[in-house]
Design a protein around this ligand. Structure first.
Ligand code: HEM
Length: 359
């Protein structure tokens, strides 16, 4: 096995190595780099058509291709755990950025997953997107300067093993929930079970959220990450119900303050914890979660319309990242193209520098 300097930048994926050779499993999964780039550019135009169709079918403005409905954005503090494992100490988790800073301001947006606003009682996945602010250094995306984003949904596997599956689902879903469900049933073996497993939830702050795809943590390691509520020992009493119940509950939780703990799961081997097939869940037995940080949400109110407008304009993207956190796998490489397209089409793109909300 070729040794990789832990502090080097991740290498780009390579063409599949010889059979049975060992590698970090970042091969081009469906063809070459050029073929990938071509199909990803097509996905970017496809997401715009999906956005247009969803807006016109639901009589709503142009909005995110996915995760259109926010329950709210909360101001948070991202605190590295002092006792975190040595294997986690790369990139933002190194504790060596910005003169050893270990606590960073962050915005967290909670959302439903479909690309239009619908009742919280509908079948859907949920999202938690974290944007850490003021992070210095070179990033993987040209469109931002000082943020490190972590995007998660409340399913350990995304819809599909790769971006081809995902976009086929996206297309079916935009045609209405029935065709989306039909797709899920016929493609259940290919990972669309993520949608089938999604049921209405009572509280966005009582869920566990997973990255779905894999990421580097340093040049030599592959991880997935997940966030669990800090207080798993006692259940919250959800404070909302009905079409806008998750916002009502988030408001109640934010008034008291709450907290999530961020964990990483290290790749154990290329078979039980594959990178290119995102539909294969990395079980906690094969890859136990290792705690890294706490995302603390201090008591606050969510009634300000200016904050909601700001929340809508924020642009989360897994490629808003330090090289040490480079996204891996076909499903994640596609996101570099698709998020930018969706974001530009809806007129989003605020990359905040602080927790203050513009009027
Ligand atoms: C692999 C697992 C994935 C996870 C965990 C995930 C999670 C998320 C989350 C949490 C958001 C909401 C961000 C916000 O609050 O603004 C989001 C937005 C979005 N996702 Fe994903 N996603 C995944 C895969 C994908 C894939 C494969 C695609 C398409 C190729 C995709 C397309 C989008 C788009 C277009 C948006 C809206 C972007 C914008 O306009 O700002 N996602 N995703």
């Amino acid at each position: 096995v070729r040794s990789i300097d832990a502090n080097a930048e991740p290498l780009p994926p390579f063409d599949p190595p010889a059979p049975h050779s060992e590698a970090i499993n970042t091969e081009y999964y469906l063809g070459s780099a050029q073929e990938e780039a071509k199909s990803f550019a097509e996905f970017a135009s496809q997401i715009r058509k999906i956005q247009e169709k969803q807006a016109s079918d639901h009589g709503q403005p142009m909005q995110r291709g996915f995760h259109a409905k926010a329950h709210g954005c909360v101001a948070a503090q991202f605190n590295l755990l002092p006792e975190r494992d040595a294997r986690t100490r790369f990139g933002l988790f190194s504790g060596r950025l910005a003169q050893g800073k270990v606590s960073w301001p962050a915005w967290v947006r909670f959302s439903n997953a479909v690309g239009w606003r619908q009742s919280d009682n509908e079948l859907d996945a949920r999202g938690m997107a974290v944007k850490v602010l003021g992070v210095p250094g070179k990033k993987l995306s040209d469109e931002e300067a000082e943020t490190q984003d972590f995007l998660m949904t409340n399913s350990p596997t995304p819809v599909g093993g790769d971006a081809v599956d995902f976009m086929a689902f996206a297309d079916a879903n935009a045609r209405g929930q029935i065709s989306g469900l039909g797709f899920a049933v016929t493609h259940a073996k290919r990972g669309a079970q993520a949608l089938m497993g999604t049921t209405p939830i009572a509280s966005a702050v009582a869920e566990t959220y997973w990255s779905g795809g894999a990421f580097h943590l340093g040049a030599h390691q592959a991880i997935k990450f997940l966030a669990k509520p800090c207080a798993t020992d006692h259940a919250r009493n959800p404070a909302g119900a009905g079409a806008e119940g998750l916002r009502a509950d988030l408001k109640a939780a934010a008034a008291e303050g709450f907290c999530f703990r961020l964990y990483v799961q290290f790749q154990s081997d290329a078979f039980r914890t594959p990178i290119e097939d995102a539909a294969r869940e990395w079980s906690e037995l094969d890859s136990p979660p290792v705690p890294v940080a706490e995302i603390t949400v201090p008591p606050q109110t969510l009634d300000d319309p200016a904050r909601d407008r700001f929340c809508e304009k924020l642009s989360f993207n897994p490629w808003h990242a330090l090289p040490a956190h480079q996204p891996m796998g076909h499903i994640n490489r596609a996101r570099k193209y698709v998020y930018g397209a969706s974001n530009a089409y809806r007129g989003g793109g605020i990359e905040p520098k602080s927790l203050s909300v513009p009027p």
